[in-house]
Write a protein that binds this ligand. Structure first.
Ligand SMILES: C[S@@+](CC[C@H](N)C(=O)[O-])C[C@H]1O[C@@H](n2cnc3c(N)ncnc32)[C@H](O)[C@@H]1O
Length: 296
């Protein structure tokens, strides 16, 4: 399925794009947000795009082919500062993070992200990396698996599921795992929570987000904007708390003296959620939340 960019109008208006500015899309995906950024840039403006998935990059290149003022890096976004500094870029006017996966990644059965398709338990966002979800499921202890399902999936039956996995090993496919989660029904969908947990843990999604936010903020020019779209509460909590610390607290953790002024400020709103209309048109937007901050 083609990926529909989420909260597109809200992202574009929050970024307050300067035609000659430098923008960084750290989660290029199909290039939906990048395309709208490029449309607003002059020939002197420039966009840098990052994605760790070559398949996403190929789709984005096709979608952005009408433009030439952009450059794409196949990399984890945690390397943004190093890579941009190597390009001679030390300051930028806007950074976008639209976390998670694109529809075409979720819907591709061969990637093993979806509990709705039977496939090998893969779940790697970067297919050049070695470790798969199948490796985790078949080698971690019940205690380790329980912890992953509880912390990253907030799954109530995490221990029962983990124990059943260890009993039935080896597991190979997504449906092998769904058979187990279906044994322990709770409110909502256990398979969804367990799959989310494995994906987050395997791809170190929380750690890379925590590593990247300070880098992105440190690279912003005055009045530069960071915009982050999260799709679950674990990610959003990190973004919300970090933004709060930068825009609200009197003392910033780790800084010895009180700053003259807070380093960042909120825009018009602290957060944005999709409208009913957007959710009706794109059900995957339902859990999205956008937070933005502006550099003082
Ligand atoms: C939700 S999609 C972005 C969709 C895009 N904004 C659009 O409108 O087409 C997220 C993308 O970020 C990529 N991604 C997720 N985590 C990443 C990371 N740590 N480093 C680089 N890319 C990442 C995924 O491969 C995916 O293509």
């Amino acid at each position: 399925m083609k990926h529909k960019p989420v909260l597109l109008d809200e992202v574009i208006s929050s970024l307050n794009i300067k035609p000659n500015g430098i923008y960084v899309d750290l989660t290029l995906g199909g290039g939906g947000h990048s395309l709208e950024i490029l449309k607003r840039l002059s020939n002197d403006g420039f966009l840098y795009g990052f994605d760790q998935d070559q398949y996403a990059i190929n789709i984005a290149k096709e979608n952005l082919k009408g433009f030439n003022n952009f450059k794409i890096f196949k990399s984890n976004f945690k390397n943004m500062k190093k890579i941009l500094n190597n390009e001679g870029v030390t300051k930028v006017d806007g950074v976008l993070l639209d976390l998670g996966l694109s529809s075409f990644q979720i819907d591709d059965p061969s990637r093993g992200f979806s509990y709705m398709h039977d496939a090998l338990l893969d779940m790697r966002m970067d297919s050049d990396s070695n470790l798969t979800a199948k490796d985790l499921i078949n080698t971690l202890t019940a205690e380790e698996l329980e912890r992953i399902f509880r912390i990253y999936g907030e799954e109530k039956n995490s221990y029962k599921i983990a124990r059943e996995i260890v009993k039935r090993r080896p597991l190979n496919t997504t449906f092998d795992l769904v058979e187990i989660t279906d044994l322990f029904p709770t409110k909502g969908h256990s398979a969804k929570r367990v799959f989310q947990a494995l994906r987050i843990y395997l791809n170190k999604e929380i750690e890379v987000l925590e590593e990247t936010l300070p880098q992105a903020i440190s690279m912003l020019n005055k009045d530069g904007v960071i915009a982050v779209i999260s799709f679950h509460s674990l990610e959003d909590r990190i973004v919300k708390n970090y933004f709060k610390e930068l825009a609200e607290e009197k003392v910033i953790k780790g800084l010895p003296t009180l700053p003259q002024e807070m380093p960042m400020r909120y825009g018009e709103k602290k957060s944005y959620k999709p409208t009913k209309k957007e959710i009706a048109e794109n059900s995957r937007s339902a859990s999205a939340i956008l937070r933005t901050l502006i550099k003082n």
